[in-house]
Ligand binder design. Structure first.
Ligand code: MN
Ligand code: MN
Length: 302
């Protein structure tokens, strides 16, 4: 176990006590973690740049031993023998968005070469655009997006690369990105042009009031990239996010969507974005994010 401590509050900090591994070196692992501490593209409350470190810190509570984690429900050891590496964070410029996108894309490509499952820790949601560019070779790529917001706006406040637009930019740049399923939509700020454009492209929009139709709309048997915007959760469950919207999903509902998606498709990558740790001094939001990721990995790898 890396970090020379079994205590969740001791030792060096990596995701779930994964072995640290540089993207400059050659290695192979089942799961590779990469932080993207970038939040200069968000339109409301800042702070997501602090999320990768906060998630790693919280994830020490779910440190992954070689024998795996005992699952009371199934009686099985989950993730036993799976290799996990933490590749650290993308080296980002302070205030150069275009250069940042290039660095994020390049790091994501390097991680894909090394890990069967690349797991990206954002960052605001704008990072999903450069991350998806690193998947430009995946034919018929589907995105499953959990989010209170559509993030398909062409332009807002004279900005085209904010956290309101990652998937609009992605479909423009990536002809292989054929479909997006967005789950958990709500709120009163939806851009009508964005909604019309998403529908015109045939995207599947699942607002909160249609959540009961999930079983018939989730993709099956596809190459899927999963993008988890934590504001899909109700802010009573997860307050530490930039743009909270009341009336959101419970943790169990989110895990149900993730479980079905991860088990029924060939998952090529996962990102988790929009955690702003300083907005929840209790630290519960960070713990939720960490547990959600470890539980999702257990669903994916058994
Ligand atoms: Mn989003
Ligand atoms: Mn959102």
């Amino acid at each position: 176990m890396n970090g020379a401590s079994h205590l969740p509050y001791g030792g060096l900090v990596t995701f779930a006590r994964a072995e640290a591994a540089s993207l400059e070196a050659a290695w192979q692992a089942d799961i590779g973690v990469l932080g993207v501490p970038y939040d200069i593209a968000l339109g409301f409350r800042p702070g997501a740049r602090f999320a990768p470190r906060a998630i790693r810190e919280a994830s020490l509570r779910y440190a992954l031993p070689a024998e795996g984690l005992y699952d009371l429900r199934s009686g099985r050891m989950r993730l036993a023998g799976r290799t996990l590496r933490d590749a650290g964070d993308v080296i980002l410029p302070a205030l150069e968005p275009e250069l940042a996108r290039e660095r994020i894309e390049d790091a994501a490509r390097r991680l894909r070469e090394r890990a069967s499952l690349p797991l990206f820790l954002g960052g605001d949601h704008s990072v999903s655009y450069p991350l998806l560019r690193a998947f430009d070779d995946v034919r018929d790529l589907h995105v499953v997006q959990l989010d209170a917001h559509l993030d398909f706006t062409d332009e807002r406040n004279d900005t085209r690369y904010s956290n309101s637009s990652p998937f609009r930019r992605a479909v423009e740049a990536l002809p292989n990105l054929t479909h997006i399923t967005t789950i958990g939509l709500r709120g009163l700020r939806t851009d009508p042009e964005a909604a019309a454009a998403a529908r015109a492209r045939g995207h599947t929009l699942v607002p909160m009031w249609e959540l009961d139709q999930l079983s018939s709309v989730l993709p099956r048997g596809r190459k899927v990239y999963v993008s988890i915007d934590l504001d899909v959760l109700d802010p009573a469950v997860l307050p530490a996010t930039s743009s909270p919207e009341v009336g959101g999903m419970s943790y169990a509902q989110v895990m149900e969507v993730l479980s079905r998606t991860l088990r029924s498709n060939d998952v090529v990558g996962i990102d988790l974005v929009e955690l702003a740790p300083q907005l929840d001094p209790s630290g519960n939001s960070n713990l939720l994010a960490a547990r959600l990721l470890v539980e999702a990995l257990a669903e994916l790898f058994g």
